[in-house]
Design a protein around this ligand. Structure first.
Ligand SMILES: [Zn+2]
Length: 85
């Protein structure tokens, strides 16, 4: 398999997905670091409720996005250590 990654765009979620075949896909959010399909799902795609929206979203396939990882649903925030600085 030498195919270069395919860039998919979700018209509803406003993200680009670099498709490498399922679990290795990387999602470029409109801002912030790259994430995974499961992260995209927990933050955005799961809130699409109508069948019409779900048909347009490119991240509705549970096989592709895999299981949700810890921290997927939360923003990336630096941990705050009040004992220093
Ligand atoms: Zn989507």
């Amino acid at each position: 398999m030498t195919a270069s990654p395919e860039i998919l765009r979700c018209p509803l979620c406003q993200v680009s997905i670099e498709s490498n075949g399922g679990a290795l896909d990387s999602v470029q959010f409109s801002n912030g670091p790259k994430g995974t399909r499961s992260k995209l799902w927990s933050r955005v795609c799961q809130y699409l409720k109508t069948p019409d929206q779900q048909r347009q979203c490119i991240n509705q396939d549970s096989d592709l996005r895999g299981v949700e990882q810890m921290g997927d649903a939360f923003p990336d925030a630096p941990s705050i250590d009040l004992t220093k600085s």
